[in-house]
Design a protein around this ligand. Structure first.
Ligand code: GLU
Length: 339
């Protein structure tokens, strides 16, 4: 809609507006499960219904957690469901020099600083307040403590992490699905790590550099990342990239019957597992469709049909619970499903 308004209001000689673009950004730290699949599907459906371009970005920076082959597996899983993309795959691990240049710049202007506190020290700091989710808020021990990264390293004997200096300013944005969101980052989040060492970018920084550099206008993801957004908005400002701030769309996650987000404890919910069991992609899409407010009575739906039937207004506002009946539906088909 916004796109149309821009087109209509553009003067005849103006350069045409850039196309809107989104990204599918799997982290190859494990296999895609039904919950990831639903979020990627929503992202893809929004893009294809609205004419956005899609870029595939593999977020493989989390060294110890990255699993060999999980990147290829994610690409195969997406292809199996029919979720195609226009650019990529682009690997974050190949872009470290860009991230390091940004860290240098933030350090130079004092927006970031070296920190030698270990995770344990932060957790044990008596003065450290706690966030709503129980995470410790960094108490600012190393703010204004060192003149340089080299000095911090000389004192601690190991390369320091780099933290972003969070200003004392409230943040609000209108999320395209979650609505009006407000944060007080200094109190709720605290100074956060943007680089684990000077040349090992952390997620928050890499994602902003990439989204801005790759022309991403719409970020669609699970609402477990809602509290990353204020951090990322601060980074857009800190890096002088305000004009590149995208629209955000945060969707609730799929949870198990215990109310916790889908994980190994809920059994094997990987797409690859269902594929190996001979479950057709159209049946997975039928379950996904139900999770998007589209009836699955037929037991199978094609991606094209989903694309026609998908309505943002019908997407449930609350988290989706994966039930035993959903799993029976996937493994046995609609006939055995108790509704
Ligand atoms: N790679 C992240 C994940 O798999 C997504 C990051 C994002 O969408 O900003 O959770």
């Amino acid at each position: 809609m916004i796109f149309v308004v821009q087109l209509l209001s553009a003067p005849a000689d103006a350069t045409p507006p850039l196309p809107r673009r989104t990204r599918l950004a799997p982290s190859p730290t494990g296999a895609l499960h039904l919950g990831n699949a639903r979020t990627f599907l929503i992202n893809w459906l929004l893009a294809r219904q609205n004419g956005w371009q899609i870029l595939l970005r593999i977020e493989d920076l989390d060294g110890p957690r990255v699993k060999v082959g999980a990147d290829q597996q994610a690409i195969e899983d997406l292809q199996w469901l029919g979720l195609d993309f226009d650019y990529g795959p682009i690997f974050q691990s190949a872009r470290q020099s860009t991230y390091t240049a940004a860290v240098d710049e933030l350090l130079r202007c004092g927006t970031a600083y070296p920190c030698i506190c270990s995770r344990r020290e932060v957790e044990q700091a008596a003065s450290a307040p706690h966030a709503e989710d129980g995470a410790t808020i960094y108490p600012g021990t190393c703010r204004d403590r060192f003149a340089s990264v080299a000095e911090a390293q000389a004192i601690s004997g190991r390369p320091p992490a780099i933290r972003f200096r969070v200003p004392d300013r409230k943040i609000r944005w209108t999320d395209r699905f979650a609505g009006e969101i407000k944060y007080d980052p200094a109190r709720q989040l605290g100074d956060f790590v943007i680089s684990k060492t000077i040349d090992q970018a952390a997620y928050q920084l890499a994602v902003v550099i990439d989204d801005a550099g790759m022309g991403i206008t719409d970020i669609v993801r699970g609402d477990d990342l809602l509290d990353s957004t204020p951090r990322q908005l601060l980074l857009y400002n800190g890096l002088g990239l305000q004009s590149k701030i995208p629209s955000y769309w945060h969707f609730p996650l799929v949870i198990g019957s215990d109310g916790r987000r889908l994980a190994k404890r809920h059994g094997d919910t990987r797409l690859a597992h269902f594929r190996e069991m001979g479950v057709p992609a159209e049946r997975i899409l039928a379950l996904m469709g139900q999770w998007l407010g589209i009836d699955r009575t037929g037991g199978a739906i094609s991606l094209r049909e989903l694309q026609q039937a998908f309505r943002l207004e019908s997407v449930p506002r609350a988290a989706i619970t994966l039930t035993a009946s959903d799993e029976a539906f996937l493994l046995d088909g609609p006939s055995k499903t108790v509704k």
